[in-house]
Design a protein around this ligand. Structure first.
Ligand SMILES: Cc1ncc(COP(=O)(O)O)c(C=O)c1O
Length: 378
């Protein structure tokens, strides 16, 4: 099966119950949700409703209708940013954004003349929330921050940033791609107005699932209009949630898998998962440091990061190392910019990129040992 260390891209393997739920839905139900009133269609509705409820609860949010499903977090972030930002608006973001945020903002800069300020951070990706204050302006409409960098793993001070956003009445959008399922998130405690998540990373669900938790009354202009299964004579997208931001047939099979994934997370407990991944990351940092000519980026402190480690081997191209690890040792990790070019400006690897491991709940210490042995043999 090989050694999979690319969980920051997508988690693998998934809990067996997740795959079984997708299969079971496709074989034994297979009906659309919100479109019919026969028994099977009602079961479909229930799967989606229960998943909204479970996702909401996971993030301490008690209005399932405002848990909106999308196809992934890229979709979620585009819906939120495009739905909120208007002509000439100002937005503040971090220096570590994934292209899911960054490209969308740069596109809106062209399309709507929005103004973007990025908050500086240290070489380890640590942001001082107080640095944000100097960028706040009358016309600041949005603060958008990734909760954990997908290049350095660094956790951002979301609660403090959210507090500053609240004090200034600015909507706060959080990219929880790397953090959802990997650490405790509470949209109330953490002052998050809109939480964007993807189903297939640490939430352990299927690809093609994601969403938004809308903990705010701000109007989000829908980017899509279409069938919702109800009020069909009304000619516009309904204003009520979740239909306001959901048009077209839902991915019920994927959501059936995501529902089982959240049940699995609840059964294991986020704290246990977090601690397990932390232990493995600590182990990996310690072992990797013994590799000759290695340069490890980021905080190297598991209190400040999630289970993502970027590194390089002196005088070697990350792509070449990645290819050898794959071909000779069957070790899967990622080489390159990881869709987050600005993070590489911070660590000086924009031209070269890095090798990145993403440690998951199902990895073992032996996986790290095998990686370190292979790196030593290079
Ligand atoms: C921080 C961050 N944001 C956004 C994304 C995009 O995720 P998806 O491809 O599921 O939309 C990723 C995935 O790599 C990520 O790590």
């Amino acid at each position: 099966m090989g050694i999979y260390l690319d969980n920051a891209a997508t988690s693998y393997p998934k809990p067996e119950a997740v795959a079984n739920a997708v299969y079971d839905f496709m074989v034994n139900n297979g009906t659309s949700s919100g479109r019919g009133s026969y028994k099977k269609a009602m079961q479909s509705d229930y799967i989606i409703y229960e998943c909204r409820k479970l996702i909401g609860k996971l993030f301490n949010f008690d209005d399932p209708k405002r848990v909106v499903f999308t196809s992934n977090i890229t979709d979620s972030l585009n819906i939120a940013m495009r739905g909120i930002l208007k002509e000439n608006d100002h937005v503040i973001t971090s220096s570590l954004e994934h292209n899911a945020v960054w490209r969308c903002l740069k596109t809106l800069e062209k399309e709507r003349n929005i103004k973007i300020d990025t908050v500086e951070c240290t070489e380890d990706g640590i942001t001082n929330p107080e640095d944000l204050r100097k960028y706040i302006r009358e016309d600041t409409a949005l603060i958008v921050f990734t909760q954990a960098s997908n290049v350095l793993g660094t956790i951002q001070p979301i609660r403090e940033i959210g507090k500053i956003a609240r004090e200034n009445n600015i909507t706060f959008l959080v990219d929880a791609a790397q953090s959802a399922g990997a650490m405790d998130i509470d949209v109330q405690r953490d002052n998050i107005d809109i939480l964007a998540f993807t189903g297939h990373k640490s939430l352990m669900g299927p690809m093609g699932t994601g969403g938004l938790v809308i903990n705010t009354d701000i109007y989000i202009t829908p980017q899509k209009a279409g069938g919702t299964g109800g009020d069909s004579a009304y000619e516009y997208q309904p204003d009520y949630y979740p239909n306001h931001l959901e048009a077209g047939t839902s991915n019920v099979s994927g959501i059936a898998g995501l529902r089982e994934a959240v049940k699995f997370l609840n059964k294991e407990g986020i704290e246990k998962i977090h601690n397990r991944e932390k232990e493995l990351t600590e182990y990996a940092l310690r072992k990797l440091q013994t590799v000759k000519d290695i340069e490890i980026y980021g905080p190297k402190d598991t209190d400040k990061m999630l289970s993502v480690i970027s590194f390089n081997i002196k005088d070697k191209r990350p792509e070449d190392v990645g290819a050898i690890l794959d071909q000779k040792y069957d070790i899967m990790l990622r080489a390159g910019l990881h869709c987050a070019p600005t993070a590489h400006e911070i660590i000086g690897t924009k031209q070269r990129g890095t090798l990145r491991i993403g440690i998951g709940y199902f990895n073992k210490k032996e996986d790290i040992d095998k990686l370190v042995d292979a790196l030593n043999n290079l």
